[in-house]
Ligand binder design. Sequence first.
Ligand code: ISE
Length: 344
Amino acid sequence: MIKVGVVGIGKIGEDHLNRLQNRVSGVEVVAVCDIVPNKAKEALKRLNLEHIKDYADYKDLVKDSEVELVVCTANNEAHAEIALEALNNGKYVFVEKPLSMTAEECQAIMEAEQKNGKRMVQVGFMRRYDPGYQQLKKYIVEGEIGAPLMMHCRHFNTYLSQPKDYESERAIVETFIHEIEIVHWLLDEEYKNVKVYFPKRADITKEYSKGLQDPQVIVIETESGVNVVTEVFVNAYGYDIHCDIVGELGMAQLPAVPSVTLSKAAKRSTDILTDWKERFIAAYDVEFQDIADRLNSGRELNGPCSWDGYVAAVTADASIKSQKTGETEEIKLMEKPEFYKNFK
Ligand code: ISE
């Protein structure tokens, strides 16, 4: 039984707490912590988990000798600090995406992990555990569509579902970061450069206080020359995720979320999700179950690792630079440490 401490009990933190305690087997949440007084307490009450220890300071949670795995769902800016504290105390750590806000912090996390001599970090990029993306990966690996040549992704969030101070950079670091990671995993090759285009701005952006550019079109070129075009639109008609891969022999497309067809008033329609949390709920369950099973049986973690978090951070930085310069920006990675070379 793996003993878990959850740091950060916001929306996704409470979700993970519930998932770990009620849906994943072989884990037990023994402690929680939130920087906002009473926030964790209220969540524990809602979930009927008042017996769980509630720390005011995450450092005390990390030091708790019962805690073996720290689940970090605090705000993005705090990820690196919490991950480092966990690693320096020899604890496994699951960090929600992004691993951290800067590539330098990701490097520090990798260094601290390596000092432990084994894989200790998993990043919450849950899409790898979604059956649709797994099928896409299988088709690529088995050569079903031949060598991939180009990709078209869409990451659409529901109209006005983001806070009014949402910024163009956040659309990269919080939203597009998923495509950065999943495409890197699907194609299994490094990126060369990125260019961000600003198409005609949606009128609704007038309501955003920090000059949000929405939508954005981002083009990544990989080392072998695959072109990956992603449309990011955080004020779209619903939560809609697309991923099409065109290869030399065929095309593979991520399926839409199944929904009953309603025929009425001489029309046929199907629903589109509106809340992103519903789209990958099952993928999160599978990811945490995999972590629990591996740790309980002494096997190594094998999901998105800190190197993947670093690649995502460098690519996000280059994308943000391109937003500002309007130019194609290079994606320059450090030499991959030996330690990470065998991880897929
Ligand atoms: C959000 O910030 C996330 O983290 C979700 O994983 C993503 O699907 C969503 O589109 C983002 O806005």
